[in-house]
Design a protein around this ligand. Structure first.
Ligand SMILES: Cc1cc2nc3c(=O)[nH]c(=O)nc-3n(C[C@H](O)[C@H](O)[C@H](O)COP(=O)(O)OP(=O)(O)OC[C@H]3O[C@@H](n4cnc5c(N)ncnc54)[C@H](O)[C@@H]3O)c2cc1C
Length: 267
């Protein structure tokens, strides 16, 4: 049985500053967060996730919770809204512990709290992180891997592929908003990446195009480990398809609803 989440034994609230911002493609920007407090982050690799704390518009300072356990959430909710930060889940795309730096990649959409902050943030502004562990946990017996995600899962998939062993065999299904968000990816020779965009999609609800592609795909034989993330209906529908139509045992699937269409993340 694969444990759903692997959490670090010790973790701390970490306050950093924004060192750089880079525009990657029309739909993606990267922020480099840095500072000596990063020494407190245990870099786990894979799809390591953090809670990212950032100020609301108009706030001049970042107020961080102090509890280094799940009590942080109550602390945040008890703060008056005038000082309460926003909190969103993000993936560590790259960590450079020797330089006290991590990169986070943001799928920008509209004027949401996260997208607006990424557009207005300046070098020197503060942001905080709290380690939430990893869910990518392939069993040794898996003969190949299936990785499926929408744009919010792209940073995690790219991080997984960056660190993949040269022997990895994988089918990777990725959906992004537009063709212009498709990137060149360096990966082991046994990895096939299938890109999809919503440019001409009849159903432009995020996740629908890649879900249809996975449903009709010819898959390799042998035991698979599947990792699926993105809009909540994408994650649950791919899992249901793998279990019901392809006979994949549930424990061989890691799946996560990263966001829910029409619903704002709490915090
Ligand atoms: C474990 C985990 C790791 C994640 N890693 C990343 C990451 O590395 N990079 C990343 O960009 N996202 C990542 N996400 C997803 C991200 O946390 C959500 O998309 C989050 O809701 C974004 O916050 P927001 O302020 O933009 O929008 P919210 O305030 O949460 O939502 C506002 C509105 O926008 C909609 N919405 C939210 N996200 C999107 C989207 N991507 N496209 C279109 N509409 C959307 C909501 O349904 C809502 O209607 C991750 C989520 C999880 C759970």
């Amino acid at each position: 049985m694969i444990p759903k989440v692997s959490l670090p034994k010790a973790r701390k609230m970490i306050t950093l500053e924004v060192r750089r911002r880079e525009s990657l493609t029309p739909g993606f920007a990267s922020l480099t967060l840095a500072g000596p407090a990063l020494q407190d982050l245990v870099v786990a690799g894979g799809d390591q996730t953090v809670r990212l704390f950032f100020p609301r518009e108009g706030q001049t300072a970042l107020r961080m919770p102090t509890a280094s356990n799940e009590a942080w959430m109550a602390q945040v909710l008890l703060m008056p809204k005038s000082v309460r930060p926003y909190v969103r889940n993000m993936t560590i795309r790259r960590a450079r512990p020797a330089e006290d730096e991590v990169d986070i990649e943001f799928a920008l959409h509209g004027d949401s709290p996260m997208s607006s902050w990424v557009r207005r943030v300046r070098p020197g502004d503060r942001a905080g992180i709290f380690d939430m562990g990893t869910t990518y946990r392939p069993p040794e017996q898996a003969q190949w891997q299936l990785l499926v995600g929408d744009e919010t899962a792209l940073p995690a998939v790219l991080a997984i592929l960056d660190q993949a062993p040269p022997s990895l065999t994988a089918e990777v299904y990725l959906e992004v908003a537009t063709r212009a968000d498709v990137r060149d990816v360096v990966s082991p020779p046994g990895v096939r990446i299938h890109w999809f965009s919503r440019d001409d999609a009849a159903d432009d609800r995020p996740g629908a195009v890649v879900l249809a592609a996975v449903r009709r795909a010819a898959m390799p034989p042998g035991r698979v480990y599947a990792w699926v993330a993105g809009e909540s209906r994408l994650a649950t529908s791919v899992r249901r398809h793998l279990v019901d139509d392809r006979g994949v045992p549930k424990p061989d699937i890691s799946f996560a609803g990263y966001w829910r269409h029409g619903w704002s993340a709490p915090g």
